[in-house]
Design a protein around this ligand. Sequence first.
Ligand SMILES: Cc1cc2nc3c(=O)[nH]c(=O)nc-3n(C[C@H](O)[C@H](O)[C@H](O)COP(=O)(O)OP(=O)(O)OC[C@H]3O[C@@H](n4cnc5c(N)ncnc54)[C@H](O)[C@@H]3O)c2cc1C
Length: 461
Amino acid sequence: MKDYRSYSFWLDDSGDDLAPRPALEGPADVDVAIVGAGYTGLWTAYYLAKADPHLRIAVVEKEIAGFGASGRNGGWVSPFFATPLAKLAESHGRDAAARMQREMFFTVDEIGRVCEAEGIDARFHKGGSLWLSTSPAQTPRVKAVLDAQRAFGFGDEDWVWLERREALARVRAEGCLGGLFSRRYASVHPARLARGLADVVERMGVRIYERTPALAAGPGGVDTPAGRLKAAAVILATEAYTVQLPGHARDVVPIYDFMIATAPLPAAFWDEVGWRGREVLSDGRYLLIYAQRTADDRIAIGGTAAPYYFGSRISERFERPRALFERIHDALRMLFPAVTGAPITHRWGGVLGATRDWHTCAAFDPASGFGWAGGYVGDGVATANLAGRTLTDLILRRDSDLVRLPWVGHRSKRWEPEPLRWIAATGVRVVMGHADTVELGTGRAVRWKPALDKIEEIVGW
Ligand SMILES: Cc1cc2nc3c(=O)[nH]c(=O)nc-3n(C[C@H](O)[C@H](O)[C@H](O)COP(=O)(O)OP(=O)(O)OC[C@H]3O[C@@H](n4cnc5c(N)ncnc54)[C@H](O)[C@@H]3O)c2cc1C
């Protein structure tokens, strides 16, 4: 059997023996079948069971609950919706885009509320976010985020620019030139959230069948090695892994992301660095880094290294790239030279999903009873909760404010066949990586901007 603890620091530290629940043993019949026990599947099960305790709900999971990105991520509970507000405004109007943002703000708090109400020890902490500028070229990029939010009416109570001295008072990061603070963000222990949520929904009567791969899923049911799970409503909650199901190979591209975690750091380190608010932390480089100070005083930091493997392959072989771990470690040492020498206890990777137009989506077709949510492009911790609430309303045919949000029912076109898919997914990463190298070395990188813009124009994002 797999050593599930080895897949991330969070799974290792989940306080759970990770013993798989029983698999589905034979054909069955339910009202709602959900494929995938990550946040999307589990939140959908949670809100459905809350809304109607009599519904027969089953979740089939290829491995164990929280095995995918939900048990491996950076733990940023981020109100950032992956599709830019300006793009939502173009298609649905300014008010709809602002409603989306407000719902995302609410969603962060909703996760904290459910953890509290259900006794999930997910270490939810609403410490806000700090997005630093660590090179002159980064400052306008970080400030552009503020401008974009201001354009939709979000003000100082949501986002505020901190001058260098104010930013350093929060976190003494090397090279800090200032930063953007938002009180809207929180952090969690990702695997404790996923595992805790699985226990809660199980107690509510939802059946979770682990080590039960869906071989195919579509209207009317899910095929598994044990037989068919018939259902009036079927939800695909497999994010990046969706590409492995027949008929879905080009729905998203699976993109890899990697993280490392230090051992708990001593009080002397924290005296030097501060970071008492435990804000989630990033800077303005193109290939994003994201960090949190964990509840047990480690730093867990990841980098959007974003490798894509030809043919949308997903394999555990891709989860241990030494050079990329070293790059993340370099970024950590660059921000906090005092961390040098601290042991790195865990290194891991996971996959996330991006649709062709980078548009996140929750959709359900009432005629066929088939639905899907995902394409979160690395911002799924909060958005998957919103997906769960939205899919619940769609499945139960409730005409709520949620089902009228602009991401609902969005249809992205499919990704191109190879090799075009590989060229698009890899080209952006290579240019961004070079841009960061130049910027962080010399602060000259503005000249990369036209190249990035050109690629985005060709690809059509
Ligand atoms: C390294 C990393 C860092 C990240 N950091 C952040 C962050 O800080 N903040 C943020 O907002 N987002 C972050 N993300 C993204 C976030 O984790 C995801 O968007 C979110 O977890 C997606 O949840 P999900 O339930 O849709 O998918 P997943 O958690 O991937 O769950 C899908 C589940 O489906 C199962 N499955 C797959 N195929 C089948 C099948 N055929 N049959 C049955 N089951 C199947 C998988 O085993 C898995 O458990 C990060 C992602 C990664 C990889």
